[in-house]
Design a binder for this molecule. Structure first.
Ligand code: NAD
Length: 354
């Protein structure tokens, strides 16, 4: 039976990097008989221009009926002045919420041939292989809020159920990796964090006694991420702490263009996207790095198609391209000739061993 993948190319460099990810998926599908079928749909600025809504009903219906959703990026200066309720990001937040995507996975792995691209000392980066699992549909970004001329508040709320499900998802992931999990909170100050730590401890003790568990305060975690990054395996945390820590962690790899993400719910279609935005400063010039998009396609194969070997083959092909010294502009050494987005994608396809 064929598997439908909805492709939301989006705005800016979104269509350029998505095209390379789809090309890799098409090749993998042919070689490994996965029978993937691709259906384009509109999201973000492209959807506002076409139909006046950042998340058209047809897009949501197509995503709900799909096996997985692939997204390039949304937004850009062209839509900075549209009313706040129809901004491109509203389309993406709405899609995540509607699909119930509560667990956002961001793998951060240093690629040996690229350690020079990171601002950290090379010896700190050896063996870094982390997945940060960020709770994505609760917490302060979704709580009650208010603003007057001289006062404002935002509220952070979590339920036991919301904490349990994301901790379970992270623990299952850790079990398939090095068996270590670090839960991050602000237990010494916040009630939501006290609930988080009690719930996480109970879930890990009762259901995952085989895992090595560590709890860290978010401020300490921010420091340890830079001082001992190779010690971490899976990190799990609430929405806003995860938002901040994942951007910090991305610098371990060196460029925004390198990193993938997966957003997963309870059995429905997952959403896969590079962590970068629409990069309007380089859009339309075949200059974007498609690694994050192509590695997101690998996550799609692993988590939504059960095709672990194909996912590993894609990751190995990206590593091989980089080991061969092929670089897009963002990761090229000074004076080195860079290849374009499409040429990088072609190089990955040529190295796919399946
Ligand atoms: P950005 O990630 O688009 O760009 C930040 C910097 O990284 C820029 O210098 C850009 O050129 C560079 N960069 C990003 N992706 C790259 C790639 N693949 N290859 C090489 N270089 C790359 O962030 P921004 O400039 O803050 O935001 C631009 C727009 O993207 C805004 O409208 C923002 O709202 C939107 N945005 C969308 C998403 C998303 O779709 N998930 C995420 C973040 C930002």
């Amino acid at each position: 039976m064929s598997r439908k993948i909805v492709v939301l190319a989006g705005d800016g460099v979104g269509p350029e990097v998505s095209a390379q990810a789809v090309r890799v998926l098409e090749t993998v599908s042919d070689k490994a008989n996965l029978d993937l079928e691709f259906e384009p749909a509109l999201l973000g600025g492209a959807a506002i221009d076409a139909v006046g809504s950042p998340l058209p009903d047809e897009t949501l219906a197509a995503c709900r009926a799909a096996s997985a959703v692939f997204l390039g990026a949304v937004g850009g200066p062209k839509w900075d002045t549209v009313p706040v309720e129809i901004r491109p990001e509203v389309g993406l937040l709405g899609l995540r919420k509607e699909l119930g995507l509560f667990a956002n996975l961001r793998p951060v792995k240093t690629i040996p041939s690229l350690v020079e691209a990171s601002p950290l000392k090379n010896e700190r980066l050896a063996g870094v292989d982390i997945v940060v699992v960020r709770e994505l549909t609760g917490g302060i970004y979704f709580g009650k809020r208010s603003r007057s001329a001289d006062e404002a508040f935002d509220t952070c709320e979590y339920t036991v159920g919301e904490i349990e499900r994301v901790c379970r998802a992270a623990a299952v992931l850790a079990r398939g990796r090095r068996g270590r999990i670090t839960s991050i909170d602000k237990f010494n100050v916040l009630d939501t964090s006290r609930l988080w730590r009690e719930t996480a401890s109970r879930v890990f003790r009762a259901e995952f006694p085989d895992l090595e568990v560590e709890h860290l305060l978010v401020d300490a975690a921010a420091m340890h991420l830079l001082s001992r990054p190779a010690d971490f395996d899976v990190m799990v945390t609430e929405n806003m702490f995860g938002d901040i820590l994942t951007d910090e962690a991305s610098m371990l790899a060196g460029s925004m263009g390198l990193l993938p993400s997966a957003s997963l719910g309870d059995g429905g279609p997952g959403l896969y996207e590079p962590i970068h935005g629409s990069a309007p400063d380089i859009a339309g010039r075949n200059a974007a790095n498609p690694c994050g998009a192509i590695l997101s396609a690998a996550l799609l194969l692993r988590h939504s198609c059960g095709a672990d070997d194909a996912a590993s083959a894609v990751e190995a092909a990206v590593d091989a391209v980089l080991a061969d010294g092929i670089r897009t502009r963002d990761i090229a050494a000074p004076g080195q000739t860079a290849v374009g987005t499409a040429e990088f994608g072609q190089a990955v396809v040529e190295r796919l061993a399946l």
